[in-house]
Design a protein around this ligand. Structure first.
Ligand code: SF4
Ligand code: SF4
Length: 421
């Protein structure tokens, strides 16, 4: 595994002209109004570490790790600073200089190094969670206070109801009724293909109904975003290479239904640009990646059902900021008769999910979650739609805590219901 070097993102750091245009877009700056909690401060600190002017103190590390890697700063930066790869490289480079505590070592070793690296293990783990939810063990754990003792009570409420059957990519093809030759390859994901497999199946059906023959190549797995943002870029790149290889035998765009995965897959080209044997393969792969909302044309949707409801579309940071996609999902929702799309205040502000941020930074995550829920409830929607699993679970959790019955669905589920027979 190639070790990340801070110098790999030095040009990115040097690009910052310290204009401050990013400050008011940054969720952690908006919450704290502290320079060290904003993009300009984080770029400056990373650069000072890279140049050897600053040691990596716990305080500095905390400010860097409070970053949600939401890319809201990158989206408005006039100088082209890109926070996502900067954080990925910084966290990995610094992780190697630190003496991690037991919990951090456990996360890196067991979760990143073992569980997410092999989909058979991941599916076995998801099956155990399914059993935990269905067997009464959950009821016992909650009522005996076991979760509180293990400090897992909050994290456990974020768990979705695990799907009873998973999507297991094995080179199968989902053809259209008329045998359309329009080929697309599907990125199934790790959490999406297991815990949220119903959304993966809905995605495949919607693609089929819009005239695509969908292939689901074996050998694909986790996209590596959690590793990259968690300070383990080498393992993220190992996963990247496996995914690139898995999709080389497929044709057409690589369709993704998770904003976070899509942003990571599109970044493979950047992360592997200096690897002579992989740079060209990564470039080709990343150029094929499209979000589900980019793969579908609103005019071609065969809508059979009217859905008379007031709908809020929740922009996932990794779609809106990282991939600059905001119009396409809204156009698809507007194509459903009866949908009244309403916009909310601070639509571009992160909901606080951000990978595992709601577990690692529960205080800031909750503040952002409450802010998002407040803004959404102000417009009294019937339904909130998003295109990212993290936002989906974060909003469901926030609304449930308020006793709200507003439904939260993935875009693929809404399109599946509207185009179903
Ligand atoms: S907008 Fe870009 S150039 Fe300006 S301070 Fe922020 S990161 Fe630096
Ligand atoms: S990525 Fe998001 S949280 Fe991090 S500095 Fe940029 S705007 Fe702030």
């Amino acid at each position: 595994m190639t070790e990340p070097r801070l110098g790999d993102e030095y040009d990115n750091m040097l690009a910052c002209i310290r204009c401050g245009a990013c400050l008011t877009s940054c969720p952690t700056y908006v919450l704290s109004l502290e320079e060290a909690e904003g993009p300009r401060g984080r770029v400056g600190m990373a650069r000072a570490v890279a140049e050897g002017h600053l040691p990596v103190t716990p305080d500095l590390l905390a400010h860097e790790l409070n970053c949600l890697v939401c890319d809201a700063c990158s989206a408005v930066c006039p100088a082209g600073v890109h926070m996502d790869p900067l954080q990925a490289v910084f966290r990995s480079a610094v992780a190697n200089n630190q003496r991690p505590g037991v919990a951090a070592r456990l996360v890196r070793g067991v979760v990143f190094g073992w569980l997410f690296m092999d989909m058979r293990r991941f599916r076995a783990f998801a099956r155990m969670l399914w059993l935990y939810q269905r067997s009464g063990a959950r009821w016992l754990a909650r009522h005996l206070g076991v979760l509180r003792v293990l400090r897992l009570a909050d994290a456990e409420t974020l768990l979705p109801e695990i799907s009873s059957s998973f999507v297991v990519p094995h080179d199968e093809t989902y053809a259209t009724a008329d045998g359309s030759p329009k080929a697309m390859a599907f990125f199934a994901g790790c959490i999406m293909s297991t815990a949220l497999a119903a959304i993966d199946r809905a995605t495949i059906r919607v693609l089929q109904r819009s005239g695509c023959t969908v292939s689901n190549p074996a050998g694909q797995g986790c996209c590596g975003a959690l590793h990259a943002h968690g300070g383990d870029l080498p393992r993220a790149l190992e996963l990247a290479k496996r995914n690139i290889e898995a999709f080389e035998s497929t044709d057409g765009p690589v369709v993704v239904n998770s904003a976070g995965c899509g942003a990571m897959l599109k970044d493979y080209a950047h992360h592997l640009r200096r690897d002579a044997s992989w740079s060209e393969r990564a470039r080709k792969f990343s150029s094929r990646v499209v979000d589900l909302s980019q793969a579908l044309a609103p005019a071609a949707l065969q809508v059979h059902r009217v859905a008379s409801q007031k709908v809020v579309y929740q922009d996932a940071c990794h779609l809106l900021h990282a991939q600059r996609i905001s119009r396409q999902p809204r156009d698809l929702l507007r194509a459903i008769p009866g949908v009244e799309l309403v916009e909310i205040d601070e639509a571009g502000l992160c909901c606080g999910s951000a990978g595992v941020y709601n577990v690692t930074n529960p205080v800031e995550s909750r503040q952002l979650q409450q802010r998002k829920v407040d803004n959404a409830l102000k417009v009294t929607p019937d339904l909130i739609v998003t295109a990212n699993p993290g936002c989906l679970l974060q909003l469901r959790n926030g609304l449930a805590a308020r006793g709200s019955h507003v439904a939260v669905k993935h875009l693929a589920e809404v399109l599946d219901e509207a185009t179903g027979p």
